[in-house]
Design a protein around this ligand. Structure first.
Ligand code: ZN
Length: 247
């Protein structure tokens, strides 16, 4: 079966003498792995060098029983020069690719996450606040992939948000003063940060980018989001490995 779609290169490596294998996150078929035969020998064979985070139109031969598909055509659509010229932007792009790669199973379509990644890369070229954009991406991908932290009330007793809330990685959300005993590792989180988290989660892309974050909120978001993602992704990946092993 021949399939045609648009895909973002998550990673790539050289294969045998002249070929290259790439993992694409595609709009229509999710994450796929493809081999581009002869790409290192004949530079005109493909219209793209399949650089990381480039966007390409690809045509590939889908094998139902194989994990690796044969890519017949690959044409570059977006290269993101401005990201590549700046180390901070390049790292921010690589980080997003890694997150998508860890969260998305093979060949599972998720157009919302595809659009999020594409929009993130385009915004990353021009934004003057890379850290804020990374936080926006983290919050949105948590929401879209079903790992959303619980922010509506205390996750244990449902008490309303108060100025004395803590964030618990283990319980996956906010806990109130009375429930702090359930997780002594929970860290205090200010009301402003909770409001920013909710605003970013629910808000439109354009409005979110205009949001100003205080120094305290930036610090708290960085701590909570980085740790929350590591904590949940590790558990997610362990269970995925376990399931693969069982099969
Ligand atoms: Zn509580």
């Amino acid at each position: 079966m021949i399939l045609k779609t648009e895909g973002i290169v998550l990673k790539r490596f050289d294969f045998r003498e002249t070929s290259r294998i790439a993992t694409f996150f595609t709009r229509d078929h999710g994450k796929i792995k493809g081999v581009l035969k002869g790409i290192r020998k004949d530079h005109k064979k493909f219209g793209s060098n399949i650089d990381q985070f480039s966007v390409n139109d690809i045509v590939y031969y889908f094998h139902r029983d194989a994990e690796l598909h044969l890519v017949g055509q690959c044409d570059l659509k977006a290269f993101f020069f401005k990201i590549r010229q700046d180390i901070k932007r390049t790292l921010a792009a690589s980080y997003a690719l890694e997150l998508v790669d860890s969260i998305m199973p093979m060949e599972e379509k998720n157009e919302l996450i595809y659009d999020l990644l594409l929009r993130y890369l385009h915004t990353l070229e021009d934004t003057d606040d890379v850290s804020k954009l990374v936080h926006v991406f983290q919050i949105k991908i948590l929401l879209l992939s079903g790992f959303r932290p619980y922010l509506d009330s205390c996750v244990v007793c449902q008490a309303k948000i108060s100025p004395k809330m803590h964030f618990s990685m283990k319980l996956g959300g906010l806990i109130c003063e009375n429930c702090y005993g359930n997780d002594h590792a929970a860290t205090h989180v200010s009301r402003g940060t909770i409001a920013s988290l909710v605003h970013i989660e629910k808000g439109e892309w354009k409005n979110i980018l205009r949001l100003r974050l205080t120094a305290l909120t930036q610090k708290e978001l960085k701590f909570i989001l980085n740790n929350f993602l590591v904590y949940h992704l590790e558990r997610h990946m362990k269970s995925a490995r376990f399931l693969n092993h069982k099969r």
